[in-house]
Design a protein around this ligand. Structure first.
Ligand code: GDP
Ligand code: MG
Length: 463
């Protein structure tokens, strides 16, 4: 599968349909209610695909009575930017011998990948259009270029072309900071940059848009990309976040995988590590939260090591800012020589408007419980530089009337509290008085609404 050929991803459970010889002749997918008929427009045009009750998508490519084989891994669905299902990827345990069971599927296949030591992955395309076919001769049994282990190919991807006379010994490059939600990525970024750039909260998934934090020293410039955690997608916004995290890794000069050393690796750590292992760049395992008591630390450390191989390990406390200097040094020695890509005084590529919207969202997350956080988006709608203060009008979008009620609170108290905390942060950031005018509006299901996502600035291509 070509990287970038699809823009959104989802996951669902699936069953392989096999003929009497064990050859795959179809697939049954359990879609959830977030997938609509419009999303299935390509699939439903296909004569061999039916869409049955209970959101079951049945792909029977041959008219035969099949045997069934449940899949242990979820099927990954690929959608285009308009949210239309374009194809899917299935993984199976190595012992299943996926490669040998694909003969009858060859006309529908895009690629067979050898993803990890554990499983084979097949990408198939359901849609007629747009086609990205490959020669059928190339289909089963060949690895795709996207995961090639070819070091020569790596040279084409990393490091901007070396500029001959630019500040000879400066090292510069991109560092992907990956890890499941809540391990401390944003805290680490803020600790390294010494200023509040990324928002932090005890609730997972507070960072939505990948954020570049820029560390400039006379000898180096490090551009950190704080990716949203890879997590089990539920809605389109979830899909977007998974996609972004996947994208950050191949572009990085160094990949730092952050883990919480006070807990054993979870399924998400394993999934992220599998993506990290594919990176050509040096991989650093960052063990965070060493300030906390951790009687089983040695056991957890051994388990995280198993997710490697790692080029380096660094243990630190992002919160207490212990060990962060060492990490920076280890990163810098692994960066290529190259020009400074941003002015030395620039800390982030986030605009003031985006940053203020994030500050408001942070206060909403802090002030509210459960139901509200995941369904909040904030948009700065008006910005006026006035003599006494900056006038900023921002709207907090929620999905339900009940959430709007919670956010406003009795007598408007909740909204006032959110507003004054966000205003203080905004004043610190801008260095001048701010008049913050906050509104709450209901926009139902914005998380699943592709046009709303686009409109709120969640662009799959990261632009
Ligand atoms: P992210 O989702 O990976 O970006 O995680 P955050 O940076 O938002 O942090 C999640 C939570 O973990 C917050 O409550 C942080 O204060 C806390 N945290 C982060 N780093 C550390 C650390 O080194 N020690 C301790 N004790 N807590 C931390
Ligand atoms: Mg974060």
């Amino acid at each position: 599968m070509e990287a970038g050929s699809t823009d959104l991803e989802g996951e669902c459970d699936g069953i392989l349909l096999l003929d009497a010889d064990g050859q795959i002749i179809g697939l049954e997918l359990e879609l959830d209610s977030s997938v609509s008929n419009t999303d299935l427009v390509f699939a439903l045009e296909h004569p061999a695909i039916t869409y049955g009750q209970g959101y079951r998508l049945l792909i029977t490519l041959f008219a035969e009575e099949p045997d069934a084989q449940p899949l242990s891994e979820p099927v990954i669905l690929d959608f285009d930017t308009a949210g239309r299902l374009q194809g899917c990827e299935i993984s199976a345990a190595r012992e299943f011998g996926l490669g040998e069971r694909l003969a009858r599927l060859a006309p529908f296949m895009i690629a067979l990948e050898d993803e990890t030591d554990l499983s084979d992955v097949v990408a198939a395309r359901l849609a007629h259009e747009p086609t990205a076919t490959i020669d059928s001769a190339d289909a089963p049994g060949t690895a795709t270029e996207t995961i090639a282990d070819d070091p020569a190919a790596a040279d084409n991807l990393v490091a901007p072309p070396a500029e001959p006379a630019v500040a000879s010994q400066v090292r510069s490059g991109f560092v992907a900071l990956v890890g499941r939600p809540n391990v401390g990525k944003s805290t680490l970024l803020n600790a390294i940059l010494g200023q509040k750039v990324a928002i932090v909260s005890p609730k997972p998934q507070t960072t939505r848009i990948p954020l570049r934090g820029i560390l400039s020293r006379p000898d180096a410039q490090v551009i950190f990309v704080d990716t949203p955690g890879i997590h089990e997608p539920r809605t389109r916004l979830g899909n977007y976040m998974v996609d972004q995290a996947r994208r950050a890794i191949p572009d990085a000069d160094v990949v730092c995988m952050l883990v919480d050393i006070t807990t054993p690796p979870q399924r998400l750590d394993e999934r992220i590590a599998a993506l990290v292992r594919r990176a050509r760049a040096p991989r650093i395992l960052v063990l965070n939260k060493v300030d906390l008591p951790n009687p089983r630390g040695a056991e957890f450390l051994a388990a995280y090591r198993e997710l490697g191989p790692w080029d380096m390990e660094v243990a630190l406390s992002a919160l207490k800012r212990q060990g962060t200097e060492l990490l920076i040094d280890e990163i810098i020695t692994r960066l290529p020589l190259g020009p400074q890509l941003y002015p030395a005084e620039q800390l982030t590529d986030q605009s003031d408007r985006e940053h203020i919207a994030e500050l408001v969202r942070e206060q909403v997350l802090r002030a509210t419980e459960q139901e509200v956080p995941h369904s909040v988006a904030v948009e700065v709608e008006e910005w006026q530089e006035k003599a006494q203060a900056v006038y900023i009008r921002a709207t907090i979008y929620v999905e339900k009337d009940s959430q709007k009620g919670i956010l406003i609170g009795a007598g408007g108290r909740m909204l006032k509290r959110i507003g004054s905390a966000a205003r203080r942060d905004a004043e610190t950031h801008l260095g001048r008085p701010v008049y913050l005018d906050l509104w709450v509006k209901v926009r139902s299901n914005w998380r699943d609404d592709a046009s709303a996502l686009h409109w709120l600035g969640y662009r799959p291509d990261g632009s």
